[in-house]
Design a protein around this ligand. Structure first.
Ligand code: SAM
Length: 208
């Protein structure tokens, strides 16, 4: 396994967890839109929306290019994030709570605003950690890029070596692929680096 993050604290957390479980992985600090791995991988994944931290089309395209370069031909990339429904209402808040021993942590994620023209969503995350009578509250605002189904399809089509194979929803059920539509929320895309033979026939198809 190889993994990276731009945040050194996230990497030291991962290092501690790997050591605790006696596992090994090659991990390093890198920027998602401009990274390189030593040996091509069979598969890569990025779920829970991290891809949307890339705020421009150029950065998102740079990321997918680096992914193509990191995969062997035929290798797959599993990418999961929330699409912005074309009609209807986008998600406006999410909350989840975890408990361990005396500690209870509640995370609340709120959408503050969405600018569909600039394709920017402003979010606020609040973390409330409680242990007996002690409470710690953290609050942070951040921005992510929005994608409708057709905006993402267009981005994938701009990379000739990448193809969209399958689409799934939040259930992650491999028996239940769905067809990409304008009303989807959390979506899991299975992308593949094309095999050289597929590229040749694609080019021949484009010529005829
Ligand atoms: C939603 S968390 C995912 C955490 C963890 N990788 C996982 O899969 O559970 C998003 C992570 O993306 C990282 N991140 C944000 N922007 C990034 C960028 N431009 N390049 C690399 N990592 C980035 C953050 O530091 C954060 O750790």
């Amino acid at each position: 396994m190889t993994g990276f993050d731009i945040n050194p604290s996230a990497l030291s957390y991962l290092r501690r967890r790997l050591a605790r479980q006696h596992l090994q992985a090659e991990i390093f600090e890198a920027e998602m839109s401009d990274f390189h791995i030593g040996r091509r991988a069979d598969a890569a994944y990025c779920t829970v929306g991290a891809f949307r931290y890339l705020l421009t089309e150029q950065a998102a395209r740079g990321h997918l290019k680096c992914i193509v370069d990191s995969l062997r031909p035929g290798g797959i990339y599993i990418l999961g994030f929330h699409l912005l429904p074309l009609h209807g209402k986008a998600m406006d808040a999410l909350q989840w709570t975890q408990r361990r021993g005396d500690t209870k942590v509640t995370v609340t994620l709120r959408v503050l605003s969405i600018d569909r023209r600039r394709r920017i969503e402003n979010l606020e995350v609040c973390v409330l950690a409680q242990r007996r009578r002690k409470k710690v509250r953290l609050q942070h605002e951040f921005r992510i890029r929005t994608y409708t189904a057709s905006q993402f399809r267009k981005l994938v089509h701009s990379l000739p070596l990448l193809e969209l194979c399958d689409v799934y929803d939040f259930e992650y059920n491999i028996e239940h692929p769905v067809s990409l539509n304008d009303e989807m929320g959390y979506t899991v895309f299975v992308l593949r680096r094309r095999l050289p033979s597929a590229i040749t026939s694609q080019l021949e198809g484009a010529k005829s």
